[in-house]
Write a protein that binds this ligand. Structure first.
Ligand code: ATR
Length: 271
C-alpha cells in the first residue's frame, strides 16, 4: 500500500488524515495517510528517513512550510513565489516541493461565489499564509489589492516580491482608516490566540464578502467582527483546507476527488 503523511508540530489535531481517508475511499485508491509529529530540529533528518522508508508524498504544515522549501531538490514556480511548500512528491533521489494553498483558496472562493475580479480586496496579515495566496489573487485581476499588517515592513517586502505578478499596496492596519473594501480576507494567525488585528471601523463596502483562512474556534473572532461590520457573506477556511488537500491528492494520484461531500462530512464531525 502506498504511504503518505502530513508532517508538522503540533500535529495531533490535523484534519488531513480524515480528509485523505475520505478521498481514498471515494476514489477507490488503496493508500495509507498518517500524521507525523516532527520537531524543527529534526526536520531534515526526518525527511531523509521518510524518503528511505519509501513514503510516496507528504503534506507539510506549521511550522515547517518555509523550511521544507529549502530542503527540497526542486520546487514548483508557485511554491518558489510563496516561499513555502505544503506538498512533497517523492523522486528517486529526494523530494520535489509544490504549494497547493493558493489553488485551494481560489477554488474555494469560486465554490462560494466570491469574486475577486474588479473588486477592492484587502488581505489582513503579511506572513506565510498571505504569501501563499497573493499570486492567485493578483491573477484574478482585482481593482485593488491592499495587504495590511501590524508590522509595517512585512507588507512592503511582499509588495516588492510580487511586483512581477501585479501591484500590491502595503499598509498598516491603522492606515486603513477611511478605506472601503469589497472583499476582506483574514490571513493573520491572531485567531489562534483568540485575537483580531486592531482595525478601524467601516472597512467593508455594502455587499462585501469576508473570508477567514482559519477555521474552527480560530475563525470566531474575525467572523464576529465581520458580522458586527455588516458583511453580507462570511466564510471560514475549512473549504480551502479541503480544496488544497484535493489538489495534493490529484498531484499524487492523478485523480481529483469531489470535495463537497468531504467538506460536508468534516463539518458534521466538527459539530
Ligand atoms: P502564518 O504562516 O499563519 O501566516 P506567520 O508567518 O507567523 O504565520 O504570520 C502571522 C501573521 O499574523 C503576521 O502577519 C502577524 O502580524 P505581524 O507580522 O505584525 O506579527 C499576524 N498576527 C499574529 N497575531 C496577531 C495579532 N494578535 N494581531 C495582529 N496581527 C497578528
Amino acid at each position: 500500500m502506498d504511504r503518505y503523511a502530513v508532517i508538522g508540530q503540533p500535529i495531533s489535531h490535523s484534519k488531513s488524515p480524515s480528509i485523505h481517508a475520505l478521498f481514498a475511499q471515494q476514489t477507490g485508491q488503496d493508500l495509507g495517510y498518517e500524521a507525523i509529529e516532527v520537531a524543527p530540529a529534526s526536520l531534515a533528518a526526518e525527511l531523509q528517513r521518510l524518503h528511505g522508508e519509501g513514503l510516496r508524498g507528504s503534506n507539510v504544515t506549521l511550522p515547517h512550510k518555509q523550511a521544507v522549501a529549502k530542503l527540497c531538490e526542486s520546487v514548483s514556480d508557485r511554491a518558489q513565489l510563496a516561499g513555502a511548500v505544503n506538498t512533497l512528491v517523492r523522486t528517486d533521489s529526494g523530494w520535489t516541493g509544490d504549494n497547493t494553498d493558493g489553488e485551494g483558496f481560489v477554488t474555494d472562493l469560486a465554490r462560494l461565489g466570491i469574486t475577486l475580479t474588479g473588486r477592492r480586496v484587502l488581505v489582513l496579515g503579511a506572513g506565510g499564509a498571505t504569501r501563499g495566496i497573493l499570486a492567485p489573487i493578483l491573477e484574478a485581476r482585482p481593482a485593488q489589492l491592499v495587504v495590511s499588517n501590524r508590522n509595517p515592513w512585512k507588507p512592503e517586502e511582499l509588495a516588492e516580491l510580487f511586483k512581477p505578478v501585479g501591484v500590491v499596496t502595503p499598509r498598516t492596519h491603522l492606515a486603513l482608516k477611511g478605506d472601503r473594501y469589497d472583499v476582506v480576507i483574514n490571513a493573520t494567525s491572531a485567531g489562534h490566540t483568540g485575537g483580531l488585528p486592531l482595525l478601524p471601523g467601516r472597512l467593508i463596502a455594502d455587499g462585501g464578502d469576508c473570508y477567514d483562512l482559519s477555521y474552527g474556534d480560530a475563525s470566531v473572532p474575525f467572523r464576529q467582527w465581520a458580522r458586527s461590520q455588516g458583511a453580507s457573506h462570511i466564510e471560514d477556511g475549512l473549504g480551502m483546507l479541503v480544496e488544497q488537500a484535493a489538489s495534493s491528492f490529484a498531484i499524487w494520484r492523478g485523480v481529483r476527488p469531489e470535495t463537497a461531500p468531504v467538506l460536508k462530512e468534516l463539518r458534521r464531525l466538527m459539530r
